[in-house]
Each structure stands twice: as structure tokens, then as C-alpha cells.
Design a protein around this ligand. Structure first.
Ligand code: GUN
Length: 296
């Protein structure tokens, strides 16, 4: 029997937990956590993502502010805003929504963020701490996946985990978390990418397969072992004449044919996506506690 991992309901449960913690924090005399999102230009995906972050914050009692810049903003103007947010003690954490316009080097912007306010977990200090197993802000999508595995009781210790994709946001941190010396973790991890000659040879040996490559339907049934756990991070918008707005989100996995072979699988949408946002809220709560003198 295949169990569908319900990220939407799990995320709702976690938002309720966060709401309770925020309420307790306020009752103890602390102010609400405050998350700021900086968005540049009018990328449709970024707009949708920032809107759902703001909605989720509202549901949990977390204050949220969106700061918008035109796509003609200069690097200097953006760096000045980052410096202002770093110095603003009413801001617990902030993110600069990616992608940025081509004339701005995202790495330079990320490196300017105070690592203590980097609730995306993208700053090299947080990435380095994660590699070393030190307390830090974890990158939201891999942290959400680890939370799903944990809440569904899926054991990773000693398992063969195959990660498809080596992005800084998902593939690399995912591999790192799966091999750390705690649970979930302790897995044997293989990372496949665009230069891997025979990807199916690796995926067929995966007890847990995590795909984050952004190629709709890439993972076919003959690439998956019977009883595998399949986590689909892909969210590509594809044309769909039957959908009300003419398009729909599609994952990396050929869900219809792969699902019957799996012990567990995440759907798209409603799998990993909602968990990414709750991870960001968890990081914001952690930042607020640290910022306001709680012990982490
Ligand atoms: N663009 C897509 N996902 C993310 C994310 O998690 N954080 C930021 N800052 N930008 C993104």
C-alpha cells in the first residue's frame, strides 16, 4: 500500500504549533516575531511565494512586512536596504526573494545579510554551520523534508538515499542533512546531477529518492525500486488546457505511474511546498527568541 505524504495537513498542524508558541511568547511579554521579505521586480512565482509567506505569518501571529523594489534597483540600493534591515532591532529575520534581476549578484546580497537574521539559511556562515552540525538556520526546503520524514516515522539511518540535483537551496543542503550524525540522518547519500552518466542506475538502488531538478515527469516508474520513499521537490508550471487558468504545477516525478510502487510519496502540489513555508516560520520564531533574549 502506498501512503501519500500530506504536506498540506502536516504544515497546517505545524502552523498551529507555531501559533501557540507565538501566543505564549506574547503572553510572557515579548513582542511578536517579525519577518521581512524583500522582493525585486514582478516575477510571478516570487509574488505568489511571498504572498503565501505573508498569509502563513498572519495565521501564526507573526508580523510580516514586504519591501518592494523595481527591477531597475541598483546593487548599492539593495545593499543599503540589507544594511538597514541588519541594524533594525524590530526585524527578527528577513529574506531577499530569489531570483534577482541579472544585473545583481545574488551571492553578494546574501553575504551582506547578518547571519543571525538569515532565516533562509543561505548565508555562507549558516551553510558552513550546517555542514559542521552546529546550531544554525537550516535552508527551508530541506528542513521541511526532514520534518516530513520525521513526522511520518520514516527512518533514514543506514538507508540508501539518492538526491537528484545539487542546487545550493535544495540538493546540497539536503544531502548534508541526510548524512548528519542524528535522526533523521545517518544515511548513505548519493547526489546525482546533470553530469551523472546513468542516473537510473543510482535511483533504482534508492530506499529514499529525493528529486529536485525541475524537469517535469523525469522520474519514471522503471527508475524506482519497489517500496521506495519518493520525495518530489519539483514545482514546474506547465500548460494545461483543462485547468481554470490554463496551467498547473507539475513535479519531477511521473506520479501516476511511480506512486503504486512506493511505500510513501509526496504529491505536487500539497507535498513539500507547504512545508518550505513552515520551515521559514520556524526559523523566524527561533530568530525572534534569540533576538529577544530567549535561550535558543
Ligand atoms: N526563491 C525560491 N525559493 C526561495 C526561498 O526559499 N527563499 C528565497 N529567498 N527565494 C526563493
Amino acid at each position: 500500500m502506498t501512503e501519500i505524504i500530506d504536506g498540506k495537513t502536516t504544515a497546517k498542524t505545524i502552523r498551529a504549533e507555531i501559533r501557540e508558541e507565538v501566543a505564549a511568547m506574547k503572553a510572557a511579554g515579548f513582542r511578536a516575531p517579525h519577518l521581512v521579505a524583500v522582493i525585486v521586480g514582478h516575477d510571478g512565482g516570487s509574488e505568489a511565494y511571498v504572498a503565501s509567506k505573508a498569509r502563513a505569518c498572519g495565521e501564526c501571529g507573526i508580523d510580516s512586512t514586504v519591501i518592494r523594489f523595481d527591477e531597475t534597483v541598483t546593487k548599492e540600493e539593495l545593499l543599503a536596504e540589507v544594511a538597514r534591515l541588519n541594524a533594525d532591532s524590530s526585524v527578527d529575520g528577513f529574506i531577499v526573494q530569489l531570483p534577482l534581476p541579472a544585473h545583481i549578484d545574488a551571492d553578494e546580497i546574501i553575504e551582506a545579510i547578518d547571519p543571525r537574521k538569515d532565516v533562509d539559511g543561505f548565508h555562507p556562515v549558516n551553510v558552513g554551520k550546517m555542514q559542521l552540525g552546529l546550531p544554525c538556520f537550516l535552508s527551508a526546503t530541506p528542513a521541511g523534508i526532514v520534518e516530513l520524514l520525521s513526522r511520518y516515522g520514516i527512518k533514514t539511518r543506514g538507508k540508501n538515499c539518492v538526491v537528484l540535483g545539487r542546487s545550493n537551496i535544495v540538493g546540497r543542503p539536503m544531502a548534508s542533512l541526510l548524512m548528519r550524525k542524528e535522526e533523521p540522518g545517518n544515511a548513505t547519500v548519493t547526489v546525482c546531477h546533470s553530469a551523472t552518466p546513468d542516473i537510473a542506475d543510482h535511483t533504482r538502488r534508492a530506499d529514499i529518492l529525493i528529486s529536485a531538478i525541475g524537469i517535469p515527469g523525469f522520474v519514471k516508474a522503471d527508475m524506482v525500486k519497489d517500496g521506495a520513499v519518493v520525495i518530489d521537490v519539483g514545482t514546474t508550471r506547465v500548460p494545461d488546457p483543462l485547468a481554470p487558468n490554463g496551467s498547473r504545477l507539475r513535479g519531477d516525478v511521473d506520479f501516476e505511474n511511480v506512486a503504486p510502487k512506493c511505500s510513501y510519496i509526496t504529491p505536487v502540489p500539497g507535498g513539500v511546498g507547504p512545508m518550505t513555508i513552515v520551515s521559514l516560520l520556524q526559523n523566524t520564531l527561533k530568530a525572534a527568541k534569540a533576538n529577544q533574549g530567549h535561550r535558543l
